[in-house]
Design a protein around this ligand. Sequence first.
Ligand SMILES: C[S@@+](CC[C@H](N)C(=O)[O-])C[C@H]1O[C@@H](n2cnc3c(N)ncnc32)[C@H](O)[C@@H]1O
Length: 214
Amino acid sequence: MEFISEDLLQYCQDHTTEEDDLLQRISRDTHAKVLMPRMLSGHLQGKTLELFTKMQRPKTILEIGTYTGYSAICMARGLDKDGKIITIDKNDELEEMVREYFAASGLDDQIQYILGNAMELIPGLNETFDMVFIDADKRNYSNYYHMIIDKVNPGGLILADNVLWSGKVVDDHQGKADKSTQAILDFNKMVQEDDRVENVLFPIRDGIMMARKR
Ligand SMILES: C[S@@+](CC[C@H](N)C(=O)[O-])C[C@H]1O[C@@H](n2cnc3c(N)ncnc32)[C@H](O)[C@@H]1O
């Protein structure tokens, strides 16, 4: 489901700094060769992530859910020279493609790509973060939040994608939402009630929750 008309979306894209050749290639290849290409962040969200990163100036970013690397490259482009992004994905079938894109970005020395289950890997990360992008399995969104909140530095940002879940968050479920929808509803409620953060839900693409740790 699109929340704004195709014409308005096109107008927004036409007034957003252009996607360069590499991001266009990743988007094209993903749509041609990879399952569920709708998962890719794309032009508007990618530029939003890049600009959020430039404003936040994080030393370390954690991304949960690399997929084909589009959003990781956007955030890496926003980093200062001494910043780094750790990005985790469990899908090793995309590894070759993703490593090639990271190399082509010229930023692979700032991108640490880890393959494996984020639920198992995150507790072992001996780092603190200035920015976290949660964009993996929806059912674990609240678990990821609980796992990372103590690793986020004061003033750090937690971003979570797809928090409008194609609009299903406002459907009348009559107490029987499907598991992914319920997980998103629980996540949004939990963030809204968490006094450790101040937050805003942006209606960008499928919805991005931004929570800033106090
Ligand atoms: C929505 S896609 C990420 C899109 C990417 N961030 C972008 O914007 O282009 C979600 C990814 O999360 C990965 N994923 C799902 N569950 C995971 C888990 N438990 N651990 C690590 N990765 C996971 C999937 O393999 C998939 O590639």
